[in-house]
Design a protein around this ligand. Sequence first.
Ligand code: PBG
Length: 325
Amino acid sequence: MPYPQERLRRLRRTESLRRLVRETTLTRSDLVYPLFVVEGRGIRQEISSLPGLYRFSPDRLGPEADEIQGLGVPAVLLFGIPRHKDPRGTSAWNKNGPVQKAIRFLKARSPELIVMTDVCLCEYTSHGHCGIVQGAEVLNDPTLEALCRMALSHAEAGADLVAPSDMMDGRIRAVRQALDQAGFSHVPIMSYAAKFASAFYGPFREAAESAPAFGDRRSYQMDPPNRREAVREVLLDIEEGADIVMVKPALAYLDILREVRNVCRHPLAAYNVSGEYAMVKAAAARGWIDGPRVMMEILLAIKRAGADLVITYFAKEAARALRTD
Ligand code: PBG
């Protein structure tokens, strides 16, 4: 029945009516908060490219963990910034590296907080690439062994979940096997399955000191125009044993999120990346947009596109806004 019988505005008249027929919700349990950990002691240093975020040494994570838990955010995703970098990224599996120490610290202090770890060599290699390099090539198969060692060292330290983000072929199967053989068959893998070679990672690379020294990541991260290929990446990672699949970045890739949602039944994560956060912060600081409203609109749009969980630098701020729900 068309207008004038049908009037869609009827259900928009009051906030209670709008709530009643709302199709998508964002809750605090959907959120994952990224944390950057550095070596040393007593360090809490603001990240200039990500206002409101800090680099912490493991010993200073206590109050931060309390705050995150107090806000009802269930999980953190750890990124490490080591002092020592070399061509093979060997400090990535150092038992006493910042991430390994942070995992032990957090699991002892806040056992309920889910500790996820990013598994990728780019913060640990002197050249900043996500794999082992030969000449100008980023080698696939030799990188897998390094990734397995890194994932294992996180599991040994007590990580609840590991998240490979390097985009090498076959890494999910390799990491799954390594974990299973070492007695960690209970540790889930969240695969950065469809990760695009994106300019939206800029502020993160400053935060994590992980910009490539030469070339770019286009020989391993995905080409932004490709949607069908994203589906192939996701389905392959599921076959290889991924428990959760991720699309990254989120905002310019909402169509990919929807496409992936429609082709698989696995939990789907979206990474609302550093550039997406920084743009909102910068425009809000100039008074050009209403920061808190834009934040909520973005996070909801990511969920509407099909994401079950959202990794976001806004997690604490969004959780604060959602506290009454
Ligand atoms: C590591 C990694 C990156 C991000 C997450 N894991 C950087 C990259 O691929 O260059 C980006 C996160 C962000 O921009 O917020 N490979």
